[in-house]
Design a protein around this ligand. Sequence first.
Ligand SMILES: [Fe+2]
Length: 327
Amino acid sequence: MFQENMLQTPGPEFLQASSPCPAWRAPEVIERGRWKISLGQEPVEEFLEEYRRGAFDSASSSRALLAPERTPKLNDFSLSLRQQLLFGDGFARIKQAKTIRLSAPQQRALFLRIGSLMGRVMTEYGQLYPVHDRGIDYKEQAAPVSMTTAETGMHTDSSAVGALPDFVGLLCEEPSLAGGDSLISNALTIYHELRGSCPEIVNLLEGNYIRDVVTPGASRSLETLLLNTFPIYSSGRHGEGSTFRYMRYWIEKGAERAGLPLKPEQCEALNRLDEALNSPENQVKLRLGRGDILLANNRTLAHGRTGYTDRPGHQRQLQRIWVNLGR
Ligand SMILES: [Fe+2]
């Protein structure tokens, strides 16, 4: 169903060991449109049959334990999606068949079912984590930017060294009035570009950075903070393959809290990286409608969203899922 692309050109260490998710530029990936995927009626009907039988009613873990064979068409769909995230463009926007209307609980159970058919659903924030404005200023207290209406900046999810989602997914339950568009950039393309044009920048991005820890319940001690140190681009550091891990705000907060400020050349490297991640050549912008799902590779792509305004009386609400492949 999806074309498997591999980076063919021998490159430096990061690219040689990299995940096969190919490098792309925004205009070509937008034109190709392979990431626009429809979820047909049959897999949803198959899911609904199990749902009505009560297969998803009890403890949430049963959703993950239910054998893939019980929903074979949805299983095939989810495995194709996994291929798209690993070997295709690295992201997918899924629109559901308009012929079937799902209730909010059915929608969430379907989203969770797709996630659990792709890999292990992580539970650091619960299996599904609601993303909406909680009136928190993330600059005033340690809290994820996802709890605000602010623009997030381009990033990968999770600043904790031991918690790395391979895939991040979002189910849109209520769109905003304005803004809140999803943004995707390919960190592999940017690595390749920077390695060729300014290798000294890449060397700095392959160095270690302390990240502030914001995962709920995680220790905020200085010792934990100092252990939460890893490069932005690395190979074999987080299991097999190459990984891009970046969240600028928490890198700056980590450096500040540790009393080890970033060096001017490191700040310059982050500026260059942000510039590349936000360039129209590299950034895909898309808008999720009600019921749409966005899934993205969290090791090779950066994602973000624009700031937004809520509809009066209707908060923009998404459900987030983290999926780990156990590699
Ligand atoms: Fe995110």
